[in-house]
Design a binder for this molecule. Structure first.
Ligand code: 4NP
Length: 158
C-alpha cells in the first residue's frame, strides 16, 4: 500500500505527517506493508529540509523529520500511490485538477481519516509556534485514523 501526503510547500505539514505516519506504522508493525511519501503542490522549497519550527515541534514529541527533503507533486504520483491525501482544500483541488482520467487512487483530505468531516490542517507557515502544535495534534489524530483504516484494508486483502 502506498500513501502520498500533500501540502503546499512540503516543508511544514506534509513532511510532519510523513514522519509521524512512518513512526506510528513502525509502532503498529505495519512499516513493511505501507510505503509513505510526501510532496508539495508548490515549487518554492524543492530539496529543502522541513521548516526549522516544524522539525523542533516534531522532535519534542519524538518524531525525527531531519532526513526528509521537499519535492513537488509529479504526474507519475497518480499511478504510483493508492492514497493521495491533501492537508487542506486548496491542495485537494490542486490534486483533483491534475488527476488523470484513468487514476484509480483514493484522493481526499487527510483528516477525513480522523473522523473530522471536511476539516483542513491549517497552514502554520506564517503563524506562531502554537500553529505548529495544532498541526501536530491534528496530524497525530489523522495518522491514527489512517492506520486503523489501512490495517482493516490489509487484513481483508493480504
Ligand atoms: P506547508 O507550509 O504547505 O505546510 O509546507 C507552507 C510552506 C511554505 C509556504 C506556504 C506554506 N510558502 O508560501 O512558501
Amino acid at each position: 500500500m502506498r500513501v502520498l501526503l500533500v501540502c503546499l510547500g512540503n516543508i511544514c505539514r506534509s513532511p510532519t505527517a510523513e514522519g509521524i505516519l512512518r513512526h506510528k506504522l513502525e509502532q503498529a508493525g505495519l512499516a513493511d506493508r505501507v510505503e509513505v511519501d510526501s510532496c508539495g503542490t508548490g515549487h518554492w522549497h524543492l530539496g529543502k529540509t522541513p521548516d526549522r519550527r516544524a522539525r523542533a515541534a516534531a522532535a519534542r514529541r519524538g518524531f525525527d523529520l531531519s532526513a526528509l527533503r521537499a519535492r513537488q507533486l509529479d504526474d507519475s504520483d497518480f499511478q504510483r500511490f493508492d492514497y493521495l491525501l491533501a492537508m487542506d482544500h486548496d491542495n485537494l483541488l490542486a490534486l483533483e485538477a491534475r488527476r488523470p482520467p484513468d487514476c484509480q487512487a483514493h484522493i481526499g483530505l487527510f483528516l477525513d481519516f480522523a473522523g473530522y468531516e471536511d476539516k483542513a490542517v491549517p497552514d502554520p507557515f506564517f503563524g506562531g509556534a502554537r500553529g505548529f502544535e495544532e498541526v501536530l495534534d491534528l496530524i497525530e489524530a489523522g495518522a491514527d485514523g489512517l492506520i486503523a483504516t489501512l490495517r482493516r484494508r490489509l487484513e481483508t486483502s493480504p
